[in-house]
Design a protein around this ligand. Structure first.
Ligand SMILES: [Zn+2]
Ligand SMILES: [Zn+2]
Length: 173
């Protein structure tokens, strides 16, 4: 076997396009077998076998990144497009598993920005998901009012508010 022929056969295979994705600037990019192999090198199955975790570079907030087509790309945006095609216009990808460096397409769901904030890990998102106040009263329609302070809206438990007011009244008396 001639080794030059072998090498060029490998090169041809590596140059094969496996998927076309959209770069952050909106330009299309043909992902090759070589790109894919490079990515697989940094991807690992989680211990429970449910997630594909990224062992390569990450952003400060924990999302996996890779260089592709002259851009730094979020790994999960690439894997999603491998499996599902283009990300619907105007939507963000939400990690349903909340593991930010997970790049399993099965864990990703396109959502609006508002949904993403609500589902996220910001203090307001975590509070929005709570069903009870810190004293165990239910955040239901009758027991909750919303209060806006310094531009943020939060929920106030009326049962707690009443007992706070009662305590204040008793102190004042
Ligand atoms: Zn996951
Ligand atoms: Zn309460």
């Amino acid at each position: 076997m001639n080794s030059t022929i072998e090498t060029s056969a490998v090169e041809a295979r590596e140059a094969q396009v496996v998927a076309t994705i959209e770069l952050p600037d909106g330009e299309p990019y043909d992902v090759t077998v070589a790109d894919l192999v490079r990515m697989l090198d940094k991807a690992e199955l989680s211990e429970d076998g449910q997630h594909v975790v990224w062992t390569g570079a990450k952003t400060a907030d924990g999302y996996g990144t890779v260089h592709m087509g002259g851009h730094t790309m979020y790994v999960h945006r690439i894997t999603y497009q491998f499996v599902n095609g283009p990300i619907p216009e105007g939507l963000l990808l939400d990690h349903r598993c909340r593991i930010r460096h997970c790049c399993s397409a099965a864990c990703l769901e396109p959502v609006t920005n508002a949904e993403n904030i609500l589902r996220g890990e910001s203090p307001s998102a975590i509070n929005a998901r709570k069903t009870h106040c810190k004293n165990g009263h239910a955040f239901n329609l009758e027991n909750t009012r919303s209060c806006t302070s310094s531009g943020r809206s939060r929920r106030v438990c009326l049962a707690c508010e009443q007992s706070r007011n009662a305590a204040r009244y008793l102190q004042a008396a």
